[in-house]
Design a protein around this ligand. Structure first.
Ligand SMILES: Cc1cc2nc3c(=O)[nH]c(=O)nc-3n(C[C@H](O)[C@H](O)[C@H](O)COP(=O)(O)OP(=O)(O)OC[C@H]3O[C@@H](n4cnc5c(N)ncnc54)[C@H](O)[C@@H]3O)c2cc1C
Length: 509
């Protein structure tokens, strides 16, 4: 065996996974076919539950600093949703958080983190074949110095929407592709165009193009002028398939505006240009024996803003399970929980991203009314919070029926009374290891969890208005088990024992 785990693809998912595996002591080889990191402006930042998880790891400031300037907490966002913006600024603890950090910079931080933790990151190495048996997975690699093979216990395909690993493993990727291309650009305002006070554009020979959306029988156009820049957006029904790695040009945008509006719109210098093709797809399974799929290789969502979140959460869910298998303590079935849990989470993301497409594509008075009504309903705190949790990927539901309502949810950060330099949930979860958090001085529960010493850390604390007497928290900050307040030992103990066996196998002692 050359390494424990081979990760294919150095996008956000593969880089996050390599860092997580390194944290768990795995010998990790990360293979990326591109010789250099991509400079493509894809995601504009991080959004959703992953921000909370990075905070729990004590790493969020490192990502904030990568933006340049001081590591200030980001304000509650107004986040795009189906052609609208949902306003989370009313919340002190917003259910949906967002942080600007262009994808190339995000990947640079993640790569640094993976290398620091011992991952062997090789660029210019393309995976072209794979073979697996009961004990090993062997991959064929085309590297700069010629072809070679590598053997590992596990292989994870984080190689994007057109995943070669998925194809080689024969995993179906069903779903829908919408024959629609959206183009979004920010350009400088050319001398011939005047930006009016309300953001509309005055174009000689054309007249005034109003701020906001204009629907025509060829598609949708939107513009906004501000300062010296012009935002331009088009959406057209087009069967053309684009390669995400092929940058959009001003000529391509200009041709699209002409088709939609029937005019030649003067455009200045490009500042940011992106193009989206819409797909809603999910792999039938994220596991085939020793081969796993994560990130875009496993799921594609038809609306933006949350795909990086989903991929990095996949990585956090999978890494410690692979480590448990390599270390030999993982119970049977643990690796399958990755596919089950993350497929269920992606179903929730598909639910809201598909709904966003329907909301955005409803044109005419009916569509306008639907959006206006939707905004009215989401002005109230409760539905907005619920939707925010869904968008953040926090709302993944409980996998265990009849369990404590907290089971399956992400642990919410709280201040605690505990002997720790950072007396919060985040503080005790910093090592990214499983924790039994005893909030009601239950020596019997602590003693039981102590049998899994080395796999589960045991922490005693108290908390004002405790949500439970005790919590078993997984490395990705989800709650695996909870004892209700004042729950007697005769029910709490067997339930905790069962949960410990389920997640961490036969006890070490
Ligand atoms: C224009 C645009 C804007 C976007 N905006 C947002 C946004 O605002 N928010 C958001 O969350 N998401 C956004 N996305 C989506 C986001 O960029 C992707 O979800 C994200 O990059 C997926 O990460 P990944 O690591 O799973 O896959 P990728 O980033 O696709 O990485 C896969 C890597 O695998 C490599 N690879 C492929 N095949 C092989 C092989 N055989 N051997 C070795 N290496 C291989 C590729 O070169 C690539 O580097 C946007 C996407 C686009 C195109």
């Amino acid at each position: 065996m050359d390494v424990d785990v081979v990760v294919v693809g150095a996008g956000p998912t593969g880089l996050m996974l390599a860092g997580e595996l390194g944290q768990s002591g795995m010998r990790t080889l990360l293979l990326e076919r591109r010789p250099e990191p991509s400079a493509m402006a894809k995601a504009g930042g991080l959004a959703g539950q992953i921000l909370q998880m990075l905070h729990y790891r004590g790493e969020l400031d490192r990502f904030r600093e990568a933006r340049g300037g001081p590591a200030r907490p980001e304000p509650a966002p107004r986040f795009p949703f189906g052609g609208l913006h949902l306003d989370f600024t009313q919340f002190e603890d917003p259910p949906m958080r967002a942080m600007l950090l262009p994808q190339p910079r995000l990947e640079a931080v993640l790569a640094e983190r993976a290398i620091e933790r011992g991952a062997d990151v090789r660029r210019g190495h393309e995976v072209v074949g794979l073979h697996q048996d009961e004990d090993v997975v062997t991959i064929e690699v085309r590297g700069p110095d010629g072809p070679y093979d590598a053997a590992a216990q596990f292989l994870v395909g984080c190689d994007g929407g057109r995943s070669r690993v998925r194809e080689l493993a024969g995993v179906p990727f069903p779903g829908t592709s919408f024959p629609e291309i959206e183009r979004l650009a920010s350009v400088t305002v050319p001398d011939s165009v005047t930006v009016l006070d309300d953001g509309s554009l005055d174009v000689p020979g054309v007249g005034t193009i109003p701020f906001g959306y204009t629907a025509t029988d060829r598609g949708v156009f939107a513009c906004s002028g501000m300062g010296g820049t012009m935002g331009v957006y088009t959406a057209e029904v087009e069967a053309t398939e684009y390669d995400d790695d092929e940058p959009m040009t001003v000529a391509e945008l200009s041709a699209s505006v002409s088709r939609v509006l029937g005019i030649d719109l003067p455009l200045g210098e490009p500042l940011r240009m992106t193009r989206f093709g819409y797909s809603a797809k999910q792999a039938d399974t994220y596991r085939d024996g020793r081969v796993f799929l994560a990130g875009d290789a496993a799921h594609l969502f038809p609306a933006g803003g949350v795909a990086v979140n989903a991929g990095m959460l996949d990585a956090a869910n999978l890494a410690w399970k692979l480590a448990g298998s390599v270390h030999g303590w993982a119970p049977p079935g643990l690796l399958d929980t990755y596919s089950d849990e993350r497929r269920a989470a992606a179903e929730r993301t598909l639910l809201h991203t598909r709904a966003q497409v329907a909301l955005r594509r409803g044109y005419g008075p009916g569509g306008d009314a639907l959006r206006a009504l939707f905004l009215e309903l989401t002005a109230d705190e409760q539905p907005l919070r619920r939707l925010g949790e869904l968008m953040a990927g926090t709302d993944v539901g409980s996998p265990v029926s009849g369990a404590h309502p907290l089971v399956g949810s992400f642990a919410t950060d709280r201040a605690m009374h505990v002997d720790h330099e950072d007396p919060t949930f985040a503080g005790v979860l910093r090592k990214g290891r499983p924790v039994l958090l005893d909030l009601a001085d239950h020596a019997d529960l602590r003693e039981l969890a102590g049998q899994w010493d080395g796999r589960v850390d045991v922490v005693s604390a108290t908390i004002d208005e405790p949500p439970a007497d005790a919590l078993l928290i997984l490395p990705d900050a989800r709650i695996a088990w909870a004892a209700a307040v004042d729950e007697p030992g005769k029910t709490a103990l067997p339930a905790l024992r069962e949960s410990l066996f389920t997640w961490f196998g036969t006890p070490a002692t």
